[in-house]
Ligand binder design. Structure first.
Ligand code: SF4
Length: 287
C-alpha cells in the first residue's frame, strides 16, 4: 500500500505524529481482531497459564508449544500443583522445550506463588525466579490488565520501523493495553518479521516511516552455523531426557562431550552424581 503522509524522512509536527500513531494503532487493533491466531493462552487470564506459555515460548515455536502447553496445564493446572510436582517429572515434561533450567525456575517461581500468592504487578512478578522484564510485563498485562508495554524483540522491531514512538508511547490510552500488547507481538511475528517485512499486507503501512524501505542483512552462510546436534545444549537435553526416563542414554557421543555436559548439569543444580550414576535432582533418588 502506498504511503500517503508524511514522506519517510520528514518527521512532521508532534500533532501529526500523534495522529499517525493513533491511526496506526487502531488499524493494527482492527487487523488483530480479525486475523489473530486463536492460541490457548490467549483465551485465559490465569497468571499461571500465561506464565507457563511465556516461558515455553522463549525458545520454541508457537505451533510446537500449543500441544505441550495444553498437556502441561492438564497435568499441573495450578501453580501449587506444579510446585508440588517431582522435579524429575517436570524436567521430563520439558524435554524439547529448550533450556532445562527454565523449567526449574518456573517450578521455583510457582513454589513462591504457592507460598505467598501472586504478586500484584510487573514489579512484584520480576522478583520471581526466572521472570525477566518482558515476562513480568506480559503476565501483568494479560492476567492483571496492568498498563504496561510487554516489550519483546518483535515489539522493539515494529516500534523502530514504525517510527511513531517507543513501545510505551504506542500503548492505547484506554483499557485495550493487553490487546495492544498481543496485537503488536502478532504483527511482529507474522507481518513485520525480523528477516522480512510484508509491507503490502501490513495494516500500519499507511502511517509507517519504513514502509517499503526495510532492508534486512543477508543470513550468514549456512556453512558457518553450528548444527544444533553439535552443541553442548543438545547433549544436555539428551542426558536430561534419558534421566527422566524418556529416552535411552545418548549414543554415539564422545565421553568427553558427555562429561562436559554432565558437569554443566551438575553445576546448574539439575543433576546429582551418585554411586549408581547421575540422577535428576528432586527425583527422590538423589539422596
Ligand atoms: S511491515 Fe512494513 S509497513 Fe508494517 S510496520 Fe513493518 S516496515 Fe512498517
Amino acid at each position: 500500500m502506498a504511503r500517503e503522509s508524511p514522506p519517510p524522512d520528514v518527521p512532521g509536527t508532534a500533532s501529526e505524529l500523534a495522529a499517525d500513531r493513533d491511526a496506526a494503532r487502531e488499524a493494527v487493533l482492527d487487523w488483530y481482531a480479525e486475523v489473530h491466531r486463536d492460541l490457548p493462552w490467549r483465551r485465559t487470564d490465569d497468571p499461571y497459564a500465561i506464565l507457563v506459555s511465556e516461558v515455553m515460548l522463549q525458545q520454541t515455536q508457537v505451533a510446537r508449544v500449543v500441544p505441550r502447553f495444553e498437556a502441561w496445564i492438564d497435568r499441573w493446572p495450578t501453580a501449587a500443583d506444579l510446585a508440588a510436582a517431582d522435579r524429575r517429572d517436570v524436567l521430563g515434561a520439558w524435554v524439547g522445550l529448550g533450556y532445562n533450567s527454565r523449567a526449574v525456575r518456573l517450578q521455583d517461581a510457582c513454589a513462591v506463588v504457592a507460598r505467598d500468592g501472586w504478586p500484584e504487578d510487573a514489579r512484584g512478578l520480576r522478583a520471581l525466579p526466572g521472570v525477566g522484564p518482558y515476562t513480568a510485563a506480559a503476565v501483568a498485562s494479560f492476567a492483571f490488565g496492568e498498563r504496561i508495554a510487554a516489550v519483546d524483540t518483535n515489539v522493539v522491531r515494529i516500534s523502530e520501523r514504525l517510527g511513531l514512538g517507543g513501545p510505551d508511547e504506542l500503548l492505547p490510552a484506554d483499557d485495550r493495553v493487553p490487546t495492544w500488547n498481543q496485537a503488536a507481538m502478532e504483527l511482529g511475528a507474522v507481518v513485520c518479521r525480523a528477516r522480512s517485512a510484508d509491507c503490502p499486507r501490513c495494516p500500519a503501512a499507511r502511517w509507517c516511516r519504513s514502509a517499503g524501505r526495510v532492508v534486512v542483512p543477508p543470513r550468514a552462510p549456512s556453512g558457518s552455523r553450528t548444527r544444533f546436534e553439535d552443541t553442548d545444549r543438545y547433549v544436555r537435553g539428551r542426558i536430561v531426557a534419558s534421566l527422566a526416563g524418556d529416552e535411552p542414554w545418548p549414543d554415539g557421543i564422545g565421553p568427553e562431550r558427555l562429561e562436559r555436559a554432565l558437569d554443566g548439569l551438575v553445576r546448574d543444580g539439575l543433576v546429582t552424581r551418585t554411586a549408581a550414576g547421575p540422577v535428576l535432582r528432586g527425583s527422590g533418588d538423589d539422596g
